[in-house]
Design a protein around this ligand. Structure first.
Ligand SMILES: [Zn+2]
Ligand SMILES: [Zn+2]
Length: 280
């Protein structure tokens, strides 16, 4: 087994929030929506299937045979890449489609292929595929992925995930309002969930200037995200779910602001971009 295969490789395929944007001035960070993959020993765990998921499909390595897809929630920017994932329509791989089950909601990615919202039907899928419902975290654990989840503060509900491997861990919370008006999860609970993570990838869609009108929309303000990174003692903060209206220069400025706040605490910070990679 090569050294790469003994490690967990995390890659960002879509980092925008809300909708895909394609503009020359926003190409550096990229315009595709939520999708992050965790590769481990020829298996791939994917969190969210936004429009970035399609790009992952186009470059998927041949030796990746099992693909596990979990969702943080059902907003369209987190699911709409699924029907356009080319490996679904080829033989040779197995898809483990984890149903989204949260707060009494139960939903399958296959329901997107209804012949109405998309022209395809589930029987168009050529690859082996299984719908997984019930205790999905135990299912992932049985297949080699150690994952825990937490309720997010987000309209309609959402989950965040912590993925651990060999003593390292990454927390991914793409849509979460830390300072929500009616929180379901307290700030202290978020600190506990993120404690000591090597990487915290968190919704940082807004800055102070977006207040007060965007309070309650389900996304976090930059200073509060930095406060979480410091309180939880994470090593590296990744700013995620960029506002699609922001161009590269504006995201550079947000990254600089965050670095200014985090540098005294020895925490690294990167504004997520397509292709960003971590190896654990
Ligand atoms: Zn979103
Ligand atoms: Zn959302």
């Amino acid at each position: 087994m090569s050294e790469e295969q003994q490690r967990m490789i995390v890659k960002f395929w879509g980092v925008r929030g809300s909708y895909t944007t394609v503009r020359p001035e926003a190409l550096r960070y990229g315009g595709y929506t939520s999708c992050v993959s965790f590769e481990l020993e020829g298996k791939l765990l994917v969190i969210d299937a936004g429009s970035g998921f399609r790009i992952l499909g186009n470059t998927l390595k041949k030796d990746v045979k099992d693909i596990y897809i979990v969702l943080t929630h059902l907003h369209r920017d987190h699911v709409n890449g699924f029907p356009f994932f080319n490996p679904l329509y080829e033989k040779g791989r197995t898809f483990h489609l984890i149903d989204y089950e949260n707060n009494g909601q139960k939903w399958s990615l296959l329901s997107l292929l209804d012949g109405i919202n998309y022209p395809m039907q589930p029987d168009s899928i050529v690859a082996d595929h299984y719908e997984v419902s019930g205790d999905s975290l135990s299912y992932l654990c049985e297949h080699g992925f150690q994952v825990s989840s937490l309720q997010m503060n987000h309209p309609g509900g959402a989950l965040g995930y912590r993925v651990s491997y060999n003593g390292s861990s990454m927390v991914h919370m793409p849509d979460n309002e830390l300072d929500a008006p009616n929180p379901v999860t307290s700030f202290d609970r978020f600190v506990e969930f993120c404690k000591g993570a090597d990487v915290l990838s968190h919704d940082a869609m807004y800055v102070e200037e977006d207040l007060p009108e965007k309070r309650g929309w389900g996304h976090s303000m930059l200073p509060k995200v930095c406060e979480l990174a410091v309180a939880a003692g994470v090593k590296h903060l990744v700013l995620f779910h960029h506002d699609p209206e922001r161009d590269d220069k504006e995201i550079d400025q947000i990254q600089s602001r965050a670095r200014f706040l985090l540098e005294p605490h020895g925490i690294e910070c990167t504004a997520a971009y397509e292709g960003l990679k971590f190896v654990f």
